[in-house]
Design a protein around this ligand. Sequence first.
Ligand SMILES: Nc1ncnc2c1ncn2[C@@H]1O[C@H](COP(=O)(O)OP(=O)(O)O)[C@@H](O)[C@H]1O
Ligand SMILES: [Mg+2]
Length: 209
Amino acid sequence: MKLKKGILVTFEGGEGCGKSTHVNLLKDYLEDKGFKVLVIREPGGTKTGEKLRKILLEGKSKISSLTELFLFLASRRELIIKVIEPALKQNKIIICDRFIDSTVAYQGYARGINIELVSKLNDLVVGKKALPDITFILDTNKHLGFKSKGEDRIEVEDKSFHKRVREGYLEIAQKASSRVKVINVDDKIVDIQKKIRIIVNESLTKFKV
Ligand SMILES: Nc1ncnc2c1ncn2[C@@H]1O[C@H](COP(=O)(O)OP(=O)(O)O)[C@@H](O)[C@H]1O
Ligand SMILES: [Mg+2]
């Protein structure tokens, strides 16, 4: 099956809400249908981006919120130029595990950096070509999602931090309702994935050759 243009689908949500699970299930489904699919995750995905990922997620020493913001944005910029834009040109379906909305939810709503500033920096980094076509926010009110790993810099944050992340995501969804779909994940994985596939299929019909 061929597409008129490349498509960017992003998955967002708190720790352990099922992003990786659904990214992989959607990839298998779309590949079975004959689409060219590329799965990527943030931060990382390029040589420089993987180094930044290590600093961001494995580092034990504290870094300031602004430093964190700029490191995420730097990783994203590399990913866009080296990976996302070329794949879009090849009319692939790119599925990205976390993207611009994570920055607004985590560094904006949860860490407290001005939301408008974060959005503007996102715009600067992403440009017009790499805006997501569909974004799924996987949502649950269970504070720590399905599994609390509690390992990296962000997973160790407290309950109120994760509550602010969730509230941020829900506000983002309200502001960008045509792009962003909130999917409740207090359900069986197969049933959640069915809902995701219906939305993706609707969107794909618009872009088929
Ligand atoms: N709807 C669900 N019900 C029960 N367990 C789930 C559900 N979705 C995901 N899980 C499990 O929760 C864990 C975390 O899922 P994962 O996809 O790694 O989340 P994330 O990538 O968002 O951190 C995995 O063990 C996964 O199998
Ligand atoms: Mg994951």
